[in-house]
Design a binder for this molecule. Structure first.
Ligand SMILES: [Zn+2]
Length: 209
């Protein structure tokens, strides 16, 4: 694989990492073995903390779990789309102007990336339901967004999740695109192999040619 740079778009995981309200915070504590003097860490977290990938089971009854995805979903060409001009929600209009194609992996760069991840903003930019419908109908392979949820905080309209997940389109949430120009990259984003659950953390990087 040819590349000149690896751009890490994963959020650092510490006890201070912001989490979506209601999710358990990350807790990390060191445990020392008296016998061997070696150190291990006990980690308490949630499947949707930090940079992570949503599986259909998150929003669809009977949907597949994170370990049931084929790994080739998570590696290959992707395109970062500039949505920083969209206020509130990523609109269908901006996606249409980008001529999104079937089979593309699409990462949405919004003003969330410019605000940073030091504190939780309830008014984060999310994907509109019309935008999700457009991406699902186009048949993209994967969608990513630069905040901890793809849907509006507090909204009962869960279509940004359901329209994508019912088509087995994985959603990467919690990526930091502040250092990323909107163009094409190779994505590498393997979720941890937790079995039977709704999502899992991932180390997500972009390879620049
Ligand atoms: Zn999630």
């Amino acid at each position: 694989m040819q590349y000149t740079q690896i751009i890490d778009i994963s959020l650092p995981l510490t006890g201070k990492t912001i989490v979506y309200p209601g999710n358990p915070k990350i807790e990390i504590s060191e445990i020392k073995s008296e016998a061997s003097k070696s150190i291990i860490s006990k980690i308490v977290s949630a499947s949707h903390n930090g940079t992570h990938i949503d599986a259909p089971r998150h929003a669809i009854h009977g949907g597949i779990s994170i370990d049931e995805f084929s790994l080739d979903m998570f590696m290959g060409l992707c395109r970062v789309i500039d949505c920083t001009g969209d206020v509130g929600a990523v609109s269908k209009d901006i996606l249409e102007t980008q001529n999104v194609l079937e089979g593309e992996r699409i990462l949405l760069k919004t003003s969330n990336s410019l605000r940073g991840y030091n504190e939780f903003y309830p008014d984060f930019v999310y994907l509109s339901s019309e935008g999700a419908e457009y991406l699902a109908e186009t048949g993209v392979k994967l969608v990513g967004i630069d905040y901890l949820s793809i849907k509006q905080k507090g909204s009962t309209d869960n279509r940004p999740h359901t329209l994508l997940l019912e088509k087995n389109i994985p959603i990467i949430e919690g990526i930091d695109l502040s250092q990323v120009e909107p163009e094409e990259y190779t994505l590498v984003a393997f979720p941890l192999r937790y079995v039977g659950i709704d999502g899992a953390p991932a180390r997500v990087v972009l390879l620049k040619n």
